[in-house]
Design a binder for this molecule. Structure first.
Ligand SMILES: NC(=O)c1ccc[n+]([C@@H]2O[C@H](COP(=O)([O-])OP(=O)(O)OC[C@H]3O[C@@H](n4cnc5c(N)ncnc54)[C@H](O)[C@@H]3O)[C@@H](O)[C@H]2O)c1
Length: 306
């Protein structure tokens, strides 16, 4: 199959590109390199430097004729979305809509969308959240992800454009941007490696559901091959506090003198997040394979070797 990946020079997109190429699929990547890196792009993949909001996207779709589109390109910081919701919506809603419209125009069979289970539900009423949990995002980023899901549903109902919206927990692993606003594992790892103390936002008791990137590659491949349409959580059903994460990384690093430093908590950040994976298991036969301890060890050592 021919697969076009938006945001394919980024962390998740480039790992998914590698996984698809291993399976002998053809891959084309669209990325404006605003956050992604050229060296993440596999040699065998076609590459177009292009903003997803641009009309140029249509000529790329016309030339590539993808069977499946994996839409990853996004502004991915919750904090930035709080500071500048218009900019966030411009990339994440209007850009996303442009991708969906191009899929419709060029008869793409399926879109797989990188949504966010950590933000679309808002503060959870029960744990873990399944896909029936009310969606009440408390950040512009979460609102934009949910809005894109609603557009996907609209295009499916009206034009039969198939989609799976993967509601990711906190994804971590090799190639995550350590200098960005998101990605606590990458940020903490690179700080510890530089001999600095990472800053824990607030009391550090906020929880997230951490999923290793290789498990995300696996779920993307399974989603591509499935007939299911709709939204699906990608989580581990485990909650980990930032404090726990900090302590595991400190232990993995062997740098016992790294100090626990706290900064202010951040607006728009949820207190707790934990996602069920029952639907993904039932429909795709997917479940997370990597334990947090092992995944953090691999990730820390990867950053250390960079
Ligand atoms: N990393 C996580 O924990 C996580 C969790 C939930 C959802 N997601 C979603 O997964 C997707 C991938 O995230 P990631 O962690 O790999 O981030 P990333 O920043 O590494 O990848 C995003 C890519 O999109 C590109 N991009 C940004 N704006 C663009 C634009 N206007 N036009 C074209 N390309 C553009 C960037 O250059 C980058 O390569 C995003 O949609 C993100 O919201 C990530």
């Amino acid at each position: 199959m021919k697969i076009l990946i938006t945001g394919g020079a980024g962390f998740i997109g480039s790992n998914v590109a590698d996984g698809l190429l291993e399976k002998k699929h053809e891959v084309a990547i669209v990325d404006d390199l605003s956050n992604g890196k050229k060296e993440n792009i596999p040699e065998e993949a076609g590459f177009y430097r292009c903003d997803i909001r641009s009309k140029k996207l249509y000529s790329i779709f016309k030339a590539e004729k993808p069977d499946v589109v994996i839409h990853n390109a996004a502004q991915l910081s919750v904090r930035v979305s709080v500071e500048d919701p218009l900019m966030d919506a411009d990339i994440n809603v209007i850009g996303g809509l442009n991708v969906i419209q191009a899929c419709h125009t060029y008869n793409v069979k399926k879109i797989i969308f990188a949504s966010s289970g950590g933000t679309v539900y808002g503060e959870q009423k029960y744990f873990p959240a399944d896909e029936e949990h009310p969606t009440r995002p408390i950040s512009p980023y979460g609102v934009a992800k949910l809005t894109t899901e609603n557009y996907l549903y609209y295009f499916y109902k009206t034009y039969g454009l198939n989609y799976i919206s993967l509601r990711y927990g906190n994804i971590y692993g090799p190639r995550q941007d350590p200098y960005g606003e998101a990605g606590v594992v990458a940020i903490f790892s690179s700080k510890i490696i530089k001999g600095e103390n990472p800053t824990i936002n607030g009391d550090g008791l906020q929880t997230r559901d951490y999923v290793y990137v290789r498990d995300v590659v696996d779920v993307n491949i399974r989603a591509m091959e499935s007939d299911f349409t709709g939204s699906m959580n990608v989580g581990t059903e485990k909650e980990t506090t930032v404090m726990e994460l900090f302590k595991i990384l400190r232990e993995v690093s062997g740098e016992s003198d790294v100090e626990e430093v706290h900064g202010p908590s951040r607006e728009g950040e949820q207190r707790r997040s934990q996602l069920s994976y029952g639907l993904a298991k039932k429909i795709l036969g997917w479940q997370p394979r990597m334990s947090l301890g092992e995944g953090l060890k691999i990730t820390y050592n990867w950053f250390k070797n960079q």
